[in-house]
Design a protein around this ligand. Structure first.
Ligand code: DAH
Length: 354
């Protein structure tokens, strides 16, 4: 058989075999069989060495044509096979979008966080700033600056966790008002609310050793008790409904004079008397008063120029009233039944920006 015939045979053979290839592996094996080191085409090339120059040229051309032809065929088939493979995969992995989805449980805001957010939104809209202070506080800021010198009998109102003689876990966010007044170098007007954790040595169904308070403070010229009453009225109506009345009962706090306990008209019976308000028609909600001149003085303010009012309330108590929770410990037990119920009452919207 002549060389030319052998080339033609190999060509026909390959084309024949390529027609039957139906996987990339088979294609690759075929490539090795023909174009590999010991392949049939390579074998044909080895015939070159015995040829004279003219023949070499002719034969070389023929071989090159064969190789180009084979390679083009290989490439086309390879592309087709790859495409087929992708399509097959796509077919197999087809997603059925009509299948019902699995439920994903989404967390919700804690009731305490909800109440804090609500109060913050209200006071921010009235031009207040939010201030924070340390939870491990000095005796000076927690008590002394607030007109509670060491050995003052009113310290007994708050049983404290002392770390040493001068440091304690703060018992009230009132410490933050002293800090902010003190830090204000220009001794200019202040309008703040201070949310945060506080700690006391007490624990029962309505008291926890750790709870959350929200302090409010305004210091400016010409602030009067009327401003306090107006502000608290807006505040309480926002939290407990627009029909709420408020009542100020004289009380005692060392850092305010005069001082008050503030009650709201019972939202359950509208003041008629029920089990929630213990038949009084009123629910005690916060402490407040006109900032004591000594506190202003202790923090560098001149009480003849500046006056102010302050208030403090427990967030857990508000949450318990708002959501009908009768044991404060429920708020710390992560019981999903409670959290889901609060979420339901609030319309189930989780505001992820908060
Ligand atoms: N700090 C008080 C407490 O923990 C609450 C309070 C009462 C804060 C009257 C005030 C206030 O700012 O004026 O019991």
């Amino acid at each position: 058989m002549s060389k030319e015939e052998r080339v033609k045979n190999v060509n026909d053979e390959i084309i024949n075999k390529l027609d039957k290839v139906n996987s990339l592996k088979e294609l690759n094996d075929l490539k090795v069989e023909y174009l590999g080191k010991k392949g049939k085409v390579t074998e044909l090339s080895s015939l070159m060495k015995d040829l004279d120059n003219d023949e070499k040229k002719k034969y070389g051309k023929l071989l090159n044509e064969l190789k180009t032809n084979i390679n083009t065929k290989f490439d086309t088939i390879k592309q087709n096979l790859e495409l087929e493979e992708i399509n097959k995969k796509l077919e197999e992995e087809k997603i059925d979008v009509t299948l019902p989805s699995t439920t994903i449980n989404v967390g919700t805001l804690h009731p305490v966080t909800r109440v804090i957010n609500e109060i913050e939104d209200l006071f921010l809209s009235m031009g207040y700033d939010i201030a924070e202070g340390p939870e491990v506080e000095t005796d000076e800021y927690c008590f002394e600056k607030l007109n509670l010198p060491k050995d003052h009998p009113a310290r007994d109102m708050q049983d404290s966790f002392y770390i040493n003689a001068e440091r304690l876990l703060r018992t009230q966010t009132s410490a933050v008002q002293a800090r902010v007044m003190d830090a204000n170098k220009e001794k200019s007007a202040i309008r703040i609310i201070c949310p945060g954790k506080v700690y006391r040595r007490e624990e029962d169904a309505t008291h926890s050793h750790q709870f959350t308070q929200m302090e409010g403070l305004i210091v400016d010229k010409n602030i009067s008790l009327a401003d306090l009453k107006g502000t608290l009225e807006v505040f309480m109506r926002k939290l407990f409904g627009k029909d709420r009345q408020i009542r100020l009962r004289p009380s005692y706090f060392p850092f305010t004079e005069p001082s008050f306990e503030v009650d709201i008209s019972c939202y359950k019976c509208n003041g008629e008397g029920c089990s929630l308000c213990k038949d009084t028609g009123w629910i005690e909600i916060l402490g407040a008063g006109v900032v004591h001149p000594n506190v202003l003085r202790n923090c560098g303010y001149d009480p003849d120029i500046y006056t102010g009012f302050a208030f403090g309330l427990g967030i857990e108590r508000v949450a318990m009233l708002k959501y009908g929770i009768n044991d404060v410990r429920m708020l710390f037990s992560n019981d999903l039944r409670l959290l889901n119920e609060v979420n339901r009452i609030e319309g189930g919207d989780l505001d992820e920006t908060k």
